[in-house]
Ligand binder design. Structure first.
Ligand code: HEM
Ligand code: HEM
Length: 166
């Protein structure tokens, strides 16, 4: 398996675990919630950089024929991205740990609180769909890492390695 796929896999799994912790601030405490969420923002940026070829390739081919399923996935990825921005922005606006630690104060407006709740709830649905979309990749990569996968590279997996899956 390519080194990049191992990197992607480890990053995806840790981001997912981080996401689960961040979804439950009452258990983790607010400070962990906020700092971990900021770190997750960084992890998602790396995730996007690792998938940059796909993003550029599909953007160029968006209006060509025969991209049906991929086009829906492309839109889903954008919705996820926009929702991620809304969560981070609203989180920063209601921050009680990160922003005060930076010596900053922001105007209080409870609309941000509602937006934070709403965008976090929407992210559960979008993340569920995103993971469903990549479920076979996750299962096959797990098997290969545990040494139980195919030794021969199937065309689908070889495509994954080249990052041009459509
Ligand atoms: C705002 C958050 C996120 C955005 C915008 C995003 C976007 C993307 C994009 C553009 C791709 C490549 C195109 C594709 O195949 O669909 C991708 C692939 C993938 N994403 Fe995400 N993603 C996000 C968060 C996550 C998280 C938290 C996980 C954790 C489970 C995850 C798991 C995957 C997997 C398993 C793949 C395929 C393998 C890989 O390339 O890493 N994504 N994502
Ligand atoms: C991946 C990003 C994030 C997710 C999924 C997320 C999710 C959540 C959830 C589910 C809640 C609980 C809402 C409720 O009790 O009804 C919450 C509360 C909160 N979040 Fe986030 N959040 C994220 C990022 C952030 C960031 C970056 C900050 C600040 C820097 C932040 C600050 C807060 C604060 C202050 C609360 C508590 C509000 C209160 O109890 O009054 N969040 N977040």
């Amino acid at each position: 398996m390519s080194k990049q796929n191992v990197t992607k896999y480890l990053l995806d799994i840790s981001t997912f675990v981080g996401f689960l912790i961040v979804m439950d601030p009452r258990t983790s405490g607010l400070a962990i919630h906020e700092w971990l969420a900021v770190a997750l923002g960084g992890a998602v940026l790396v995730h996007l950089l690792l998938n940059w070829n796909w993003i550029v390739e599909i953007t160029k081919r968006l209006f060509t024929k025969g991209l049906n399923g991929t086009r829906a996935n492309y839109i889903l990825n954008w919705l996820l991205f926009i929702d991620g921005i809304l969560i981070m922005l609203s989180g920063i606006m209601i921050s009680e740990a990160v922003i005060p630690a930076l010596g900053l104060t922001l105007p209080v407006n409870m609309v941000w609180r509602s937006l934070h709740d709403l965008s976090a709830n929407i992210s559960l649905i979008l993340m569920g769909l995103h993971i469903t979309q990549h479920w076979s990749w996750i299962v096959s990569t797990t098997k290969r890492l545990l040494g139980r996968g195919e030794t021969k590279r199937t065309p689908a997996l070889a495509m994954d390695d080249r990052q041009v899956k459509a």
